[in-house]
Write a protein that binds this ligand. Structure first.
Ligand SMILES: CCCCCCCCCCCCCCCCC(=O)SCCNC(=O)CCNC(=O)[C@H](O)C(C)(C)COP(=O)(O)OP(=O)(O)OC[C@H]1O[C@@H](n2cnc3c(N)ncnc32)[C@H](O)[C@@H]1OP(=O)(O)O
Ligand SMILES: Nc1ncnc2c1ncn2[C@@H]1O[C@H](COP(=O)(O)OP(=O)(O)OP(=O)(O)O)[C@@H](O)[C@H]1O
Ligand SMILES: O=C(O)CCC(=O)C(=O)O
Ligand SMILES: [Fe+2]
Ligand SMILES: [Mg+2]
Length: 308
């Protein structure tokens, strides 16, 4: 951290009731310098319990949600056991589930999001991550990556992710691991890591990041929320407990972001995979672009949808 930020931090910790303006200024400075900001106890226990119950209903197949993608861990998918609802490792694209989507509109979340990306706010990508106990092959890990690799829209500074712990997350159950300051770099090349035990579909890892870069493990309590920049290099460790580690997240972009053509860029490989999946799932041809797959999923949650 810069000396300015460190002095502010000391000031805040030494004051009984630090002025809100100082806390805000420090928070913003911390985000600019590190690429993430952790806010403790932001989402209520009651809301999280409701999200959990909705997740369980989906797993039990009591409701069907249009567009929802249910992922199973690759180790479980390839095992001989019949996968039950417990084997769900991730829900993706829950924008058509009103109960889960409530997360994306929570005022306490949007208050921060607005500070980072401005008043026009689109919820672009939603996930509920249910990291399973590792079956022994370390496939529960999420390789280090930059989320911008998946996004064909810009500018990067007008995109932010909110990620809320739905229970205590620790090094034991595979908390987030971040490389502070890595968001100041550019988008790197990503590909599947060469892991012996296999790797989940689309879990690309950043190629050749500096292993000497300091790492921070973000241990969090239920309701704690981290906001992070789409260029921040992050991942998560393996889940060495018997419980399923739960988190809910949304990627927001400003309503006045613009789409880019990823042809000829490092993002070509992910575009190819997304197109293959879209073709299978929606029986569409090659005319569908990466842009289209995002434009249909994005939902306005505040302000105006201008160019997204
Ligand atoms: C409109 C397209 C939507 C997709 C867009 C996704 C964009 C992601 C954006 C992310 C933004 C930011 C954050 C980045 C985070 C990175 C991610 O989380 S991306 C990961 C999300 N992954 C997906 O969305 C993958 C989409 N899902 C699928 O392709 C399929 O569900 C499937 C994983 C291939 C499973 O297919 P399905 O037919 O349902 O399952 P089976 O019939 O049981 O298996 C078929 C085959 O696939 C193997 N398999 C199953 N699960 C996995 C897995 N998790 N990883 C790898 N392989 C898997 C299974 O073993 C079978 O293989 P076999 O050899 O044929 O036996
Ligand atoms: N050999 C490796 N190659 C590439 N990435 C790795 C490797 N080992 C760990 N990572 C990545 O580092 C992050 C943390 O993973 P890991 O499970 O090793 O936890 P850890 O941070 O080393 O904590 P612990 O030491 O408690 O296991 C994950 O994103 C994981 O994918
Ligand atoms: O919850 C996790 O393990 C992190 C997932 C992640 O970084 C992602 O899906 O982009
Ligand atoms: Fe990520
Ligand atoms: Mg390790």
């Amino acid at each position: 951290m810069s000396r300015a930020a460190e002095r502010l931090r000391l000031l805040i910790t030494h004051l009984d009731r630090p002025p809100a303006a100082i806390v805000s200024f420090y928070s913003r400075l911390f985000y600019e310098e590190n690429g993430f900001l952790l806010i403790k106890n932001l989402v209520s226990e009651e809301d999280i319990d409701r999200f959990r119950r909705e997740f369980e209903r989906i797993c039990r197949q009591e409701i069907k949600v249009p567009g929802l993608v249910v992922m199973r861990d690759v180790a479980i998918a390839k095992s001989e056991f019949v996968p039950d609802q417990k084997a769900v490792s991730k829900l993706q694209d829950f924008q058509e589930d009103p109960e889960l989507f409530r997360y994306c509109s929570l005022p306490e979340i949007l208050k921060y999001v607005e500070c980072f990306i401005g008043p026009n706010i689109m919820a672009m990508h939603t996930m509920l991550i249910n990291k399973p106990p590792d079956a022994g092959k370390k496939t529960s890990r999420h390789p280090m990556h930059q989320d911008l690799h998946y996004f064909p829209f810009r500018p990067a500074d007008r995109i932010v992710c909110a990620w809320t712990a739905m229970e205590k997350v620790s090094r034991q159950n595979g908390c987030l691991v971040v490389l502070p300051g890595s968001h100041k770099g550019t988008l790197q090349e990503h590909d599947y890591p060469e892991w012996e035990g296999g790797v989940n579909k689309m879990y690309h890892g950043v190629r050749g990041y500096d292993p000497q870069h300091p790492r921070v493990h973000l241990e969090m309590e239920k309701g704690d929320t981290v906001f992070f920049h789409p260029l921040l290099i992050h991942g998560s460790g393996m889940n060495q407990t018997q419980g399923f580690r739960k988190a809910i997240s949304c990627h927001y972009a400003s309503g006045d972001c613009y789409y880019i053509d990823v042809k000829g860029t490092t993002q070509e490989n992910i575009e190819k995979e997304v197109k293959e999946i879209a073709a299978r799932k929606y029986a569409v041809g090659d005319e569908i672009t990466l842009k289209d797959t995002w434009a249909v999923r994005g939902r306005l949650v505040q302000g105006a949808r201008i160019s997204m």
